[in-house]
Design a protein around this ligand. Sequence first.
Ligand code: NAD
Length: 497
Amino acid sequence: MSTTHEIEILDSVATFLAREHQHFIGNAWRPSVEGKRIDIKDPGTAKKLSEVAAGGSTEIDLAVKTAKTAFYDGDWARTKPLERTALMNRLADLIEENIDEIAQIESLDGGNPVQSIHHVDIPMAVAGLRSMAGWTDKVAGDTPLSAPQGGGLSYVLRQPVGVAGIITPWNAPFLMVINKIAPALAVGCTCVIKPAELAPLTALKIAELSKEAGFPDGVINVVTGYGQIAGQALVDHPDVNKISFTGSTQVGKSILQSAAATMKRVTLELGGKSPIIVFADADIDKASAAIAREICFKAGQFCAAGTRLYVEKNIEADFVSSLASHLGEVRAGHGLSPETQMGPVISEKQLNRIAGIVERAVEEGHEILCGGSRAPGDGYYMQPTLIRAASNEAEIMEEEIFGPVLCYATFDGGDLENILSMANNTRYGLSSKVWTMNVRTMHEMVKRLEAGQVVINGGGGDVRLPFGGFKESGVGRENGLEGVLSYTEVKAVSIGY
Ligand code: NAD
């Protein structure tokens, strides 16, 4: 693998990075009261890239009040569903018109390859936004067929929940913000976004484009800042009706506890340790190539990534050799290089954490078959790594590593109960992947794997499907109808005649 730092930045990106970024509240840029700033680094070079304002409870309070006013009194409150559709589609158009600039900013900010942002993240975000724009006039309650006892009419009314607090991570910053605001906007909520302090720049770009698209004042607000200060203030604010959070399970649990004080609605998309099960009848080349690509996608910093691999015993040698050769071919480097397939991890802290877990794995006697070290370069680079775990109870088979580290064990193909219990032996339950040509095995796995998502033979993503986890991988679902309904309240109405 090699790293490269040949970077060509668009003029518009250079201008954007040099801006004195502020919070976006009520369609205007506003500084922090205390004037504090956060340095933003390029993880591919470890150099300062830009800086943003560090907000706290004062800025959050202003943003929430502005969003609350927009929800109840402003132009947005009077907007008709199809006007919301038009605004959302206009935002999607503007994203497409600015795709090169957004992809470069996102790549520099979070380290991910510009090519994959261009071809995966942004198209998914746009598709999600347009799909959600179609829900504005279709969300409805029920009316029972017959009148209630005593006559009259009863029905169920669905209404927007109110002000949505949106807290996003750094691994897919642009996609996460769009995924969360799209259903909120579709049903008529207003939003206060607190992006990750490690990669907040494209949230500010979304804010800028939302104004250009014509969203009224106060509908989309962004406060940048640290999680424990600005994020916590958003979670604690009494006028925020719902929190939608993606990030670590640890912070997700603390948000759930804090939200109890005001009984906020909460959607949590948290960590995972998703199993991949490869049966002997699978297409070995196709499976090994896809599994290698997946662990290198976002340098393994992807909540639904398959990171715990189980290979049927009798194909271990062939499969692992094919997998190691695919991993060895991955072109790692700076995200802006068009050649790069895998970028750096987000920060020095994250790199040290990943390298530390791999070092402990070596000390504990697990076998490194590929990679295993930091990669050269000024930024935070880690080699794609494959480890044969000595036991299914090892740290590397249980803990989310959030780096390009794939750990595997073997199983006996004649014993479905055993492989199911190995795969389900986890506190997480976000995703699971199965490779087999046997239809009976396929359906048995779909039914019994404990995860919010099951992917068979590398099936592609679909923005219309609900996404979320079983067990400690989260609460609720995003995307699809479930995602839309999670931004609504249900009201039971009885009318007497
Ligand atoms: P994190 O959970 O600390 O941060 C995610 C978001 O939550 C950020 O916007 C952060 O500012 C905010 N936040 C932090 N503390 C908060 C609080 N008390 N109240 C409200 N908001 C708060 O994640 P991280 O530190 O950036 O990453 C740590 C680990 O989390 C990673 O190693 C990985 O395992 C996991 N992670 C998972 C995902 C995912 O998509 N599921 C994404 C990022 C990180």
